[in-house]
Design a protein around this ligand. Sequence first.
Ligand code: SAH
Ligand code: SF4
Length: 388
Amino acid sequence: MTTGGQTLTSILDARSMPSDRLLFGLSNEQLRQALQGFGLLGYRIRQLETALYRQKLADIREVTTWPKELRERVLAAGFALGLPEIVEIFRSVDGTERYLIAGRDGQTVETVWMPEGDGVDEGNSELDNSTAQAPESKAWSRATICVSSQIGCAVNCQFCLTAKLGIIRNLTAGEIAGQVAAVLKRHGAEPGRDRINLVFMGMGEPFLNYEAFMDAVRLLAGPMEIPESRMTVSTSGIVPGILRFAQEKVRPRLAISLNAPYDAIREGIMPITRKWSIAEVIEAVRQVPLRQKERVTFEYVLLGGLNDQPEHADEVVKLVRRAQFPAKVNLIAWNPGPDVPFTMPQADDVARFQERLREQGVPAFVRRPRGRDIYAACGQLKRTAGAQ
Ligand code: SAH
Ligand code: SF4
């Protein structure tokens, strides 16, 4: 474990702390309940929310909008703010950073920061694995944070490295929103001012941890001020989750990991298809009331020779037409990993696939792999180093 002494101590502190005394992750109502013994008025709770979710403070003693005496009483009762802490950083030559963030039991969660625009280094910097050092200046004009919803995953897609872990545990709402808070704090990013996008495409299947995931979304869209239209959740096609999602007032955009043009191929790479077929998934997606100009994304991981040929593209076109909702396709060249028996697609097959969709009127984009050198690319999150 490469964490410094200071960090290790705080992880151990967090581990021995009863989790009902950690305040980060609680809604206004939950904060009120947790602190009801202190006789606080509404504005004190709002000040605490600002400290937690806007200022992202790490220590109750820093909440200077509260009188010192109140801070001390709350601290003495064993409460802590509980902002999750980054314990390890891997920095890619392309500016992408991958983090291990301490969960409440000392296990680590993975999160990825992908800056875009302005001075983002396109490939010259040295690989730098230091933890302590903060970025020196703002070299990005917008950024995307890739957030995990579980440690490991139960879905068992054959091409995905996270699947190799199995499901270890669900993350709490605080641990999900906390990944975003820790990363925003590191970069001095403010969602009110900076263009921050969130993608729930890290480790895990968000719709198999539905409640915590949606509680996190409400914190992120509410006190953390990230517009719901800047968030995208990706699911492997958990139909009951999609149907619940369809009822939500505040919700991210939806992406479906399609990855195959029809069930026979999909069953081989995503066994979940035997539980819910592509047609059932699409029927569920149809229940989601889309906002103006909103499109559903179909993600499609291209696996060399398996699902990347022109006839597959033609089937995808038919499928998108049958779906009858506004949609686009994001093509992702498979990112390789150890012990995963697939091959990367040829570059010209990728280009041909995209072209074939486009010429038949289906919007299609090729997703650039980010941070491959630090195993931060899609599907590569597998707790490859550090605090296991
Ligand atoms: N569990 C959710 C979200 C996390 S996976 C889901 O499956 O949708 C996010 C995306 O990464 C999915 O579209 C998945 O198909 C893709 N993916 C998984 N492993 C990959 C790999 N090795 N290379 C490229 N994309 C991968
Ligand atoms: Fe889980 Fe998504 Fe990986 Fe499938 S692709 S195993 S659903 S994380």
